[in-house]
Design a protein around this ligand. Sequence first.
Ligand SMILES: Cc1ncc(COP(=O)(O)OP(=O)(O)O)c(N)n1
Ligand SMILES: Cc1nc(C(=O)O)sc1CCOP(=O)(O)O
Ligand SMILES: [Mg+2]
Length: 210
Amino acid sequence: MKTLRGLYAITDSQLLADGRLLPYVEAALKGGAKLLQYRDKSEDAARRLRQAEALRELCLRHGAQLIINDDAELAARLGVGLHLGQEDGSLAVARALLGRDAIIGATCHARLELAEQARQEGASYIAFGRFFDSQTKPGAPAATPELLEQARARFRLPIVAIGGVTLDNAPALINRGASMVAVIHALFAAENAAEVERRARAFSQLFADI
Ligand SMILES: Cc1ncc(COP(=O)(O)OP(=O)(O)O)c(N)n1
Ligand SMILES: Cc1nc(C(=O)O)sc1CCOP(=O)(O)O
Ligand SMILES: [Mg+2]
């Protein structure tokens, strides 16, 4: 499996509506995003399958890996990775379903004991947040950057930092131990695909600099 380090782009149904999904995602991948999470909370299973298949193809072409948010069955159907929150079902069951090689990530909020549980159940990475004010999920429980140092000292798993991450505040997270930064608004709330690519390149460069 490739090292989980760098930019983790997450899609947003509103920001990427009206034909922006594929061109904006391709721009993020061209800019160096290593993981792409398909995060769509709609009930339209046929559209979700269609879009996820198209994203899988784009990820394959650009050497990135697709992660499905919340939906273990869709991840299994496509043979891709999965991200589960605390209310999204059993990680151990998902691991059994997807197999040992699949990337499965777990939301751990600001709680190291949730990360320990996720590790025991077979998580590939542990995600902490929200570190800053998030336009996408303002109500997510808050975390402080110091948590990353504690997690780094305790776990060998890749650590993902999420929530209000921008080009300005990402270095503080990476310096404290984040292996990846997961970004929605600061990446995809852009005027055009060229700007998304520029931002993705700048996020990716932060990992080369440190
Ligand atoms: C990388 C990453 N980290 C955290 C989350 C949040 O997951 P969850 O708590 O299940 O919330 P929703 O995204 O499902 O609203 C995530 N999606 N990705
Ligand atoms: C989906 C999600 N989960 C979070 C958590 O803290 O668990 S924060 C978040 C939103 C991330 O989007 P943005 O980069 O726009 O803040
Ligand atoms: Mg979820």
